[in-house]
Design a protein around this ligand. Structure first.
Ligand code: TXA
Ligand code: MG
Length: 319
């Protein structure tokens, strides 16, 4: 338990402080282009254990290792030719590659949950890149929110969920992409989680259609979904009307909405706003005594796949 969580500015002094805290095995949340990550030194088992504890996350669910550059990536994992092509095209950016781990890199077994593979990503956000460079090593970083809750896209969201449980948060403003990275395992290529790089673009880069794998520990099949990204209110999907006792979250033209993900029906804008809007809708529901957030249908194309994946989990029965 921390005394108080420091809010650090994203300039050089704040980043130097953040890097010092990380070297000391402390936890620091930082902005990436997708969502805020909860960072800890991937080589310090105690720091990684602290990440699971702060989030209340089950330890069998492995973490993504964030790297500063290709040299660091190649120290952590084994790259095939195909992995190098994808890294060259999409990094830095919202793509995570699951690759054979290099045990000599000293990544904690808690990061990989004992798997022979490791998930690696080079984030594009300038503050994430500056922090990784200042720290000089690999950072394990899941989203910086309590397990199962809505992911954070602003520093205030991080503090709402984790204040007093982590050493610091670096404030880099609002995240641009808004949904987590796409996770891809290779040989054969398989989509483990739809995310910030859309499937159509990945298939074009790979030159073949992608199989859908479901993530490592949570099957993707409807009905087996584990509750995740859950606001306080219940969630009703594919809502084409607003019923009594509901807050209506719109997308494009449709019934009069209380809030909208994108008035123009733009999927990129909707992804950017998704998690923040779920938080606002939740607060509005509390204020009005509404029990349910009803959400307009979102097309299952481009970033719509990642949005619908998150929304289905937000609507899944709560454990
Ligand atoms: O955008 C993102 O990816 C954000 C930001 C902070 O970078 N991070 C993130 O991390 O979403 P997290 O911990 O929520 O996602 C980790 C997921 C796990 O749930 C698991 O499905 C998958 O990555 N994963 C990690 N290691 C794996 C492995 N070795 N094999 C298969 N899946 C793995
Ligand atoms: Mg998460």
């Amino acid at each position: 338990m921390q005394e108080m969580t420091e809010r650090l500015e994203a300039g050089a002094p704040g980043l130097a402080r953040a890097a010092d805290l990380l070297r000391a095995g402390q936890l620091v949340a930082f902005p990436t282009e997708t969502v805020y990550g909860l960072g800890g030194d991937a080589r310090q088992g105690a720091a990684v254990a602290g990440i699971y504890a702060a989030k209340g996350r089950p330890q069998f669910n492995p973490l993504i290792v964030h790297v500063a550059d290709m040299a660091m990536a190649e120290q952590v994992a084994v790259f095939s030719d195909r992995a190098r092509v994808l890294a060259a095209r999409f990094w830095p950016g919202p793509l995570t590659l699951v690759l054979p781990a290099r045990p000599e890199a000293g990544i904690s077994d808690l990061v990989t949950a004992g798997l022979p593979t490791v998930a690696v990503r080079m984030p594009a956000h300038p503050v994430a890149r500056a922090l990784l460079a200042a720290f000089g090593g690999p950072l394990a970083a899941p989203s910086a929110n309590p397990s199962g809750k809505v992911s954070p896209t602003e520093a205030d969201h991080v503090l709402e969920g984790l204040s007093g449980r982590i050493a610091a948060v670096v404030d880099g403003g609002a995240c641009q992409v808004g949904v987590e990275s796409t996770i891809l395992s290779l040989d054969p290529p398989m989509l483990l989680r739809p995310g910030g790089v859309d499937v159509e673009t990945l298939e074009e880069a790979l030159g073949l259609p992608l199989a859908f794998g479901g993530d490592a520990v949570k099957p993707n099949a409807p009905g087996q979904l584990v509750s995740h990204y859950a606001p306080g209110a219940a969630v009703r999907l594919e809502a084409t009307d607003k019923r009594p006792g509901e807050i209506y979250l719109g997308f494009g033209p449709g019934p009069e909405a209380d809030l909208t993900l994108s008035a123009q029906g733009n999927l990129i804008e909707a992804a950017t706003k998704l998690f923040a809007m779920l938080r606002v809708a939740d607060k509005l529901a509390s204020a009005r005594g509404a029990t349910t957030i009803a959400i307009a249908p979102i097309p299952e194309t481009g970033l719509g796949r990642a949005i619908n994946d998150r929304l289905r989990r937000a609507a899944a029965p709560r454990g």
